[in-house]
Design a protein around this ligand. Structure first.
Ligand SMILES: *Cc1c(COP(=O)(O)O)cnc(C)c1O
Length: 429
């Protein structure tokens, strides 16, 4: 049964007249998987509905924030209540303290936290702060990790940059990128060598503790602990970018799950409950270098926005309830096992990765441990898989190099439906 996409097709024609490529973030355009992007009308729970009224089980979940699913009644009510009071004041509110307190109590590395409006801003500001604090210029970035689109971080980045095969963006002066040293994921020795080769010059190491922007690539045993040890020895600030993993893989993020505590942490996505948010936090001594306490400048007109704070507080309160993460784990492992069986039954070469409710399938016979092995995935095969699922009412990210997300709204039924659809598609590849 061929779905009708008529309205999405004309909406895309219209949007391209006014918006570059018709989209406000590149991967949304479906360029690497083919076909016309869906224009979405609404979402409820695990489902989204496009403007042609097709229904999909959604595993994009707005690229991670919607761990409770779409339009959760408590989140919607929190936003409505906040909006009735006013949408922004540019003056402090108690909501900011309330969310900050939840974050400080949940995330082991964070003594103080500053709110911003996106993950990009969080990572960019964290790096400025690490440089200001250490008075060093160089940073070490891990290949295939994505930290938003700040100039110095668009070097061997994942996500859209990986999807389009442009590791370095045009418009980034070579001078800006020259202070960025890149090393492979899951290679602590490379970090040790890079620090040795640049004595007293490296301000920080930034990485996603579980890579989620080259597809999901978990850290190997001991990798994070080893980086922790190396950086601590050399006075290098260790930054975990937990924009995806924060409040997703555990209430305290990947640092709680693996029991490795960085000096600083970037957050975003889930902590805004679907509203635009980011945050960065860390040790008191480091965080006290930010204005107005210290010499490192960072500011934002809409930072700590009351609607975003309210959506975040409502989301984190629900996540703090008992057995939430067990529930997510059970649904996610059922899905992962079903997909594994389905690829085996279809005789398709695939490498499956999962940590909690983040998961990926790479169409490769190799073991995926870093960016180089992630890129061995057959992206044409992925595109066919994507299109087959879409046609069967399953919406996954339109790129190999992204994570799939299970939410608390996904039912056992949704999971079974998804596995059946995936089996059919895999058989046809
Ligand atoms: C999404 C993401 C970012 C960027 O966040 P934006 O809100 O899109 O700017 C940064 N780091 C990681 C790990 C992300 O997944």
């Amino acid at each position: 049964m061929q779905k009708n996409y008529t309205k999405s097709i004309s909406a895309f024609e219209e949007s391209q007249k006014y918006i570059p490529g018709g989209v406000n973030s590149p991967v949304r355009a479906f360029r690497t998987v083919g076909g016309n992007p869906l224009f979405i009308k609404r979402g409820k729970g695990s489902k989204i509905y496009d403007i042609d009224d097709n229904e999909y089980i959604d595993y994009v979940c707005s690229w991670g924030p919607l761990i409770l699913g779409h339009a959760h009644p408590k989140v919607v009510a929190a936003i409505q209540n906040a909006a009735e009071y006013g949408t922004s004041y540019g003056a402090p509110t108690e909501l900011e303290t309330e969310l900050a307190e939840i974050i400080v109590n949940a995330v082991p590395s964070i003594d103080l936290v500053r709110m911003v409006s996106s993950g990009t801003e969080a990572a960019m500001s964290a790096i400025r702060l690490a440089r200001g604090y250490t008075q060093r210029d160089k940073i070490i970035k891990v290949e295939g990790c994505y930290h938003g689109h700040a100039d110095c971080l668009l070097v061997k980045a994942g996500s859209g940059a990986a999807t389009f095969g442009v590791p370095d963006s045009a418009g980034v002066p070579a001078d800006f990128a020259q202070h960025t040293i890149t090393v492979p994921f899951n290679d602590a020795e490379a970090v040790r060598i890079a620090i040795q080769q640049n004595p007293e010059q490296v301000a920080c190491v930034i990485l996603e503790p579980i890579a989620g922007n080259m597809g999901v690539v978990p850290p190997t045993d001991g990798y994070l602990a080893e980086i922790r040890e190396i950086t601590a020895q050399k006075g290098v600030v260790l930054i975990f970018d937990e924009v995806i993993t924060g409040f997703r893989v555990a209430f305290g993020g990947a640092q709680e799950l693996y029991d490795v505590i960085p000096d600083m942490t970037c957050l975003g996505k889930i902590i805004g409950g679907g509203m635009p948010v980011g945050a960065y936090g860390g040790k008191r001594e480091i965080m006290e270098c930010i204005a107005p306490l210290g010499p490192v400048y960072q500011a934002g007109t809409l930072s700590g926005n009351p609607l975003a704070m309210s959506a975040g507080i409502a989301t984190l309160k629900i996540l703090s309830e008992p057995v939430v993460y067990e529930k997510l784990e059970n649904r996610s492992s059922a899905l992962a096992e079903g997909l594994l069986e389905a690829t085996k039954a279809a005789g398709v070469d695939a490498y499956h990765t999962r940590v909690g409710s983040m998961l990926s399938i790479f169409f490769t016979s190799e073991q995926v441990v870093d960016y180089t092995t992630a890129k061995t995935s057959d992206t044409d095969r992925f595109a066919a898989y994507f299109r087959g699922l879409l046609e069967r009412g399953i919406y996954i990210a339109p790129s190999q190099f992204e994570s799939g997300f299970v939410s608390l709204a996904h039912s056992d039924d949704d999971i079974q439906t998804t596995i059946r659809a995936a089996s059919e598609v895999l058989q046809s590849l």
